[in-house]
Design a protein around this ligand. Structure first.
Ligand code: GLU
Length: 352
């Protein structure tokens, strides 16, 4: 019997490629957030300090990840994600890009605060050229809390980053068993573990370390993107600000951004990106003075339609399509590294 088993093992090892036995190499790039947070005691699910636990402790707290892949950690940042500026974002994108180019790296997991997780994921989706899986993951409860969600999120994120089926899917966000496309995922609630959603649905789910796929994104990303972190110099992007729409708006909110040097302003308008009649003259004046106006919406679902609420062709404005204001800010900033032409910028909004 033992002999027969040995013969079978030898026969199998002759017919299967070596890669069938080798584990993929996954790098966990830690940036801070709640997933690296710590509270005073186990009942503190909302009162805690983010960005405390170093990457090696995060990985060691989930030893099961080593069964999925050869996992090593890199501490890129240790901050709460609301404090991320262009400087940290560009720096992180360069680190991820360098890792993705290494032949011995098969997948990358980025642990991140949930507050601006969607921005980082979208930015990497636009500027890192690779087909290797890049998975951004966070948690809503610190590791010290009862029913902490970080350990399983990290385990599933490593499984996804190590999966052959996750190649070429664009940068993904893994939260609460769901796999989302970076471009349309957003944080929708600030207290529950099912905090992330996309109006177009999830790409798939990870169950017991296996990804199950249901959709794919039809938009441009990674290898198919015209933006590339390697051709962006310095540690700032063209300045783009956001003004939140409501009743009783002030022209000064837009003018202050122009004074601060903004090259574009995202109008996070009401409804279909609508603009109050008494604000229109300010926005047309800004456009004439070279500040690109982009109409987005404060409504979390739907898409802003060109020339519907406002004559965008006449004014030279751009609509953000289905991108939320914070993602519109990043795409506009990247667009402005290439062009000032409103038609070109509009094309980019439709393609990404
Ligand atoms: N505000 C912190 C951050 O975004 C903690 C929130 C979280 O990670 O859930 O990093």
């Amino acid at each position: 019997m033992k002999r027969a088993l040995t013969a079978l093992t030898i026969a199998l090892s002759l017919t299967l490629p070596l890669s069938a036995f080798a584990k993929n190499n996954v790098v966990v790039v830690a940036t801070g957030g709640t997933i690296a947070g710590a509270g005073a005691n186990s009942t503190n699910s909302a009162t805690y300090t983010a960005a405390k636990v170093p990457v090696d402790a995060l990985i060691n707290a989930v030893p099961q990840v080593q069964e999925l892949a050869n996992v090593r950690g890199v501490q890129a940042l240790q901050i709460a994600s609301e404090s991320i500026t262009d400087k940290e974002l560009l720096n992180l994108a360069r680190q991820v890009n360098d890792l993705a180019k290494k032949p011995d790296v098969n997948g990358i997991v980025i642990t991140h605060g949930t507050d601006t997780l969607e921005e980082t994921a979208f930015f990497l989706n636009l500027v890192v050229h690779t087909d290797k899986p890049i998975v951004v993951v966070g948690s809503m409860r610190p590791g010290t809390a009862l029913s902490a969600d970080g350990p399983l999120n990290l385990y599933s994120a490593v499984a996804l980053a190590a999966a052959e089926s996750a190649k070429g899917k664009g940068v993904m966000v893994l939260m609460n068993d769901s796999i989302f496309a970076a471009r349309d995922v957003t944080k929708t609630i600030n207290v529950h573990t099912n905090a992330f959603a996309s109006q177009w649905g999830e790409l798939g789910s990870v169950v017991e370390a296996k990804p199950y796929w249901f959709r794919s994104s039809v938009k441009r990303f990674n290898n198919n993107s015209e933006f590339n972190i390697e051709s962006i110099k310095g540690d700032t992007l063209p300045l783009v600000g956001i003004v939140y729409g409501s009743d009783n708006m002030l022209p000064q909110s837009y003018l202050a951004l122009q004074q601060a040097g903004a090259k574009a302003i995202i109008h996070a308008g009401t409804g279909n990106g609508s603009v109050a009649n008494y604000i229109v003259p300010t926005l047309t004046k800004l456009q004439a003075e070279g500040v690109q106006i982009v109409r987005a919406s404060r409504v979390p679902q739907g898409l802003v339609l060109r020339n519907a609420e406002q004559p965008d062709d006449k004014y030279g404005w751009v609509v953000a399509h289905d991108l939320n204001p914070q993602k519109a800010r990043l795409l506009t900033a990247l667009a402005l590294t290439k062009t000032k032409d409103a038609k070109e910028i509009q094309r980019m909004f439709y393609e990404y």
